[in-house]
Design a protein around this ligand. Structure first.
Ligand code: SF4
Length: 80
């Protein structure tokens, strides 16, 4: 889509949401979703975080929850 449709801006207001951190961004200045030259420091409404640090944090959280559950019910099998 066009930059206008995507509400693209050259300078992201939130540095954690720059194109550089978006999964659609291809350095040095291309994007899967938005046509034209895209700045690594830009932003548009289609922003989606790259899989990386955030995702790892989420996964760690899930694992922590799972092991917390494991502590509540420690291996309740009666096979032996
Ligand atoms: S989709 Fe991502 S990389 Fe493309 S312009 Fe929007 S924020 Fe930037």
């Amino acid at each position: 889509m066009s930059k206008g449709q995507a509400e693209y801006i050259d300078k992201a207001q939130d540095p954690s949401q720059e194109c550089d951190a978006c999964k659609y961004f291809h350095p040095p200045m291309n994007c899967d979703r938005v046509m034209g030259r895209i700045s690594p420091e830009g932003w548009c409404k289609l922003f989606e975080a790259k899989e990386g640090d955030n995702q790892m944090g989420q996964k760690a959280g899930e694992e922590a929850r799972a092991s917390a559950l494991g502590v509540v019910t420690p291996g309740g099998t009666s096979n032996s």
